[in-house]
Design a protein around this ligand. Sequence first.
Ligand code: NAD
Length: 280
Amino acid sequence: MAVIIDGKKCAEEILDNLKDKISKLEKKPSLAVILANDNPSSKIYVDNKEKVSMELGIKSSVYRFDKSITQGELIKLIHELNADKNINGILVQLPLFEHLNSQEIIELINPKKDVDGFHPINVGRLNCGLEPYAVCCTPKGIIKLLKKYKINLVGKNVVVIGRSNIVGKPIATLLTNENATVTLAHSKTKKLKEITKNADVIVSATGHPKLIKADMVKKGAVVIDVGITKQINGKLAGDVDFEKVKNVASYITPVPKGVGPMTIACLMENTYELYLKQKA
Ligand code: NAD
């Protein structure tokens, strides 16, 4: 049976450590969060980010908008937040309302305040092997989990499934930077099972429950499940058929309490790190 990777515990350690460091600061780090979307999951994510910020002593200002918000108003707000010396991090909760252009908004954020690491300058720096101002939270959290459990990545065959800008592509880059041999699979990939069968590490980020079945996993492989899908019964499902795959894998992340808590911990860490960089 696989070792169950405890993302909740690992995240709590990061948050405890941050809380301690922040308590010693005279001026506290601050995070601005923009919610311009009525998706219930986004609201829950933003409420949670606000709650954890407060627990750590990070000042959080949440800007909540209804559908009447215009692109121009959002652009004006980003300019104001960029200019505000009291704001260290700016987070735009995605997706935005459909009538808004999210890429334009992301590109307007000062890269030094881009706490999610989504700005093309930060993505570009990551790809060049340069230090970005911030690394995307979910991929950063995955690398931390792998390191925490001392999983060796050098020369290992890693298959990432999913090529989004927020998870798939950046985790593939980070794993390449860790000297893994990375294959990036996606919805148009043919014979996925033949590819995953050769993987020493599988990272799945598709949002398709039970896409990864036991017969797709090599014995002893490490399986990282990023997927979060809310089922009809209200429970969260990952991409991996956890109950069966855990009998084949050597390490596996559960859903919930796997990658999810690490994302928020890394967001808080990014806010703190941007604060330090801006102070320097
Ligand atoms: P997305 O919809 O932007 O991308 C999904 C990717 O999966 C696409 O690149 C697509 O090509 C690929 N894909 C879809 N079906 C596939 C299939 N059958 N075979 C192979 N590839 C397939 O999603 P995203 O924003 O990257 O999120 C992916 C999942 O991860 C979602 O469930 C999301 O909720 C979850 N997520 C979790 C966290 C976390 O903190 N744990 C953070 C971000 C996203």
